[in-house]
Design a protein around this ligand. Structure first.
Ligand code: GLY
Length: 302
């Protein structure tokens, strides 16, 4: 069985190496996805995830994360969580049980504390300085240019697919605002009998199309990972432009049960893949005439 990973943005590079290492040693897709995302959460130079994430309008770093097991379709998610190290680990722990799988705000924090998850003030000095400098200037919110949600899709030697996501959301968002990242079907979805998908970009747009489930549903109908990513993204973009005159930034990654992957995007979008044959590689995708063109990423890795 193929072992594979696909992850969003350049910032996922070291995490993808960690995830592939876990898979190559016979580890599970769940561990590979969790550890890959968690590494990104811990790196303060990434300004849209975990430690070092940019704050909301009131200066608080509040985090969202999700996790899904494609064998059982069980998911766990947290949203508007403040003061803990790893939303993805907390989200993953919530897949246990038939209820209480998605916790928000104070309830999520109470759960994390009760269950011994590591606390951390995720507001770094750098993020505080950016907030102090920008808070009067920023009027329109947008997905952060060049970084946004970290998403990992992983496939292990047993054929299990998993999806994991984490974000600090939009810089200067309203307190309590939640985007697509922790919402199953929008920010992520995994079904080991078909494929997995995860999204990054403007959460309010992605939520309008339940974008990740739309892609997995197309794979269920026989679309390849590439066809599903392009079609799901393209259909939502077309619909939004028709209804509202524009579509904001969105990108989508897919991983099929045979280890093949795909990407759909309406902006320039770096991403990372890994498999046993080719190792871990960095790519850049861009939209061109309704299709997604993908090339090896040649720019300096930052
Ligand atoms: N895609 C992340 C967000 O909109 O919060």
């Amino acid at each position: 069985m193929a072992k594979a990973v696909i992850a969003t943005w350049k910032m996922a590079l070291a995490g993808a190496e960690r995830a592939m290492n876990i898979l190559e040693k016979g580890g599970t897709a769940a561990d590979a996805a969790t550890e890959g995302v968690s590494l990104v959460e811990d790196e303060p130079s990434f300004h849209s995830v975990g430690y070092g994430g940019r704050p909301d309008r009131t200066g608080h770093v509040v985090l969202d994360g999700g996790f899904m097991d494609g064998d059982t379709l069980h998911f766990g998610a947290v949203a508007s969580l403040e003061g803990f190290r790893s939303p993805v680990r907390i989200a993953r722990s919530l897949i246990k049980g038939d209820a209480n799988n998605f916790l928000v705000g104070e309830g999520a924090a109470l759960y994390a504390e009760t269950n011994g998850f590591e606390k951390r003030d995720n507001l770094t000095d750098e993020a505080r300085e950016i907030y102090d400098r920008e808070k009067e200037r920023i009027k329109n919110l947008s997905a952060y240019d060049g970084h946004d949600t970290v998403c990992f899709l992983t496939l292990d030697e047993h054929g299990t697919l998993c999806a994991a996501t984490s974000t600090s959301g939009l810089f200067m968002k309203e307190p309590g605002r939640v985007g697509d990242t922790p919402v199953p079907g929008s920010g992520f979805y995994a079904d080991s009998e078909t494929g997995a998908a995860a999204a990054t970009g403007m959460g309010e747009e992605i939520l309008k199309g339940a974008l990740s489930y739309a892609a997995v549903s197309l794979m269920e109908q026989g679309y390849s990972a590439t066809e599903a990513a392009e079609a799901a993204l393209g259909r939502l973009e077309t619909k939004l432009k028709k209804r509202n005159g524009c579509a904001q930034a969105m990108s989508l990654i897919t991983l099929a049960k045979d280890g093949t992957w795909g990407v759909g995007t309406n902006v320039e979008f770096p991403f990372v893949t890994g498999d046993e044959e080719n190792g871990v590689r960095l790519w850049i995708a861009r939209p061109e005439n309704g299709k997604t063109v993908i090339e090896a990423y040649e720019k300096e890795i930052g």
